[in-house]
Design a binder for this molecule. Sequence first.
Ligand SMILES: [Zn+2]
Length: 237
Amino acid sequence: MPKPILIISGVHPNEAVASCVAQHVTERLKNMGLDVHHLHLPYEITVLGNLDRVPSSTFDYCLFPDGCIDMDMTAKIGEEQIALAHSERLAFEFHNYPITFFSNRLGVAATTRSAEYRIGDIGPGCSEQYEIGYWQNRPPSGIDGKYLIEMPAHYVKVSSDCLSARLSALEELENEGHAFPDGTRDEMIRTYLMEEAQQSDPCNAQFFSGDFISLIGRFILSRATDNQQDDPSDGHH
Ligand SMILES: [Zn+2]
């Protein structure tokens, strides 16, 4: 039997295509009889939700510890809570990256290995203008780290009203002593505040196709099965 699976989406709320794909993949795996739980993080607990002034009465931790603004902060803090709540499940977190004209490769070698992570291709193969990639955290503890699945999407710019509201919220945070890690500010703004991958964009319909969903579903199934077999300590902790 494959390991129970956890599908995570919503870490970066502007990557809505990945969240929608996560929902489809969850349904596909459930229909195959697998034990799958889908966790979609609420907008209000993300940094973007905070910048958009979404009322948040629900989260009980600080989004900006140590004065730092990091668009992955939800993932880092949430990871501990998720690990505790779902420690028996193998986690797969869904993300988008912008597909652009001609090739937009992730820029990582499929054979790359390091002590902390491993990276590879999921598909669809060299004839396509994009790739679906993954990397897996490999915590020192030796437990199976979370997989991040990066899939392409067509992005559009947010309205200028929306962007200027976000930038002024950001300025307030910076005035309060919070800041992006050195050298990442402009990149973070460009990647997470200025553009979004919309589910309703006709350019993104291709990413909801049966082929695309089953490609990712098969990858997850293979990992859930592999990891079960690879881990001789499984079931003993
Ligand atoms: Zn992301």
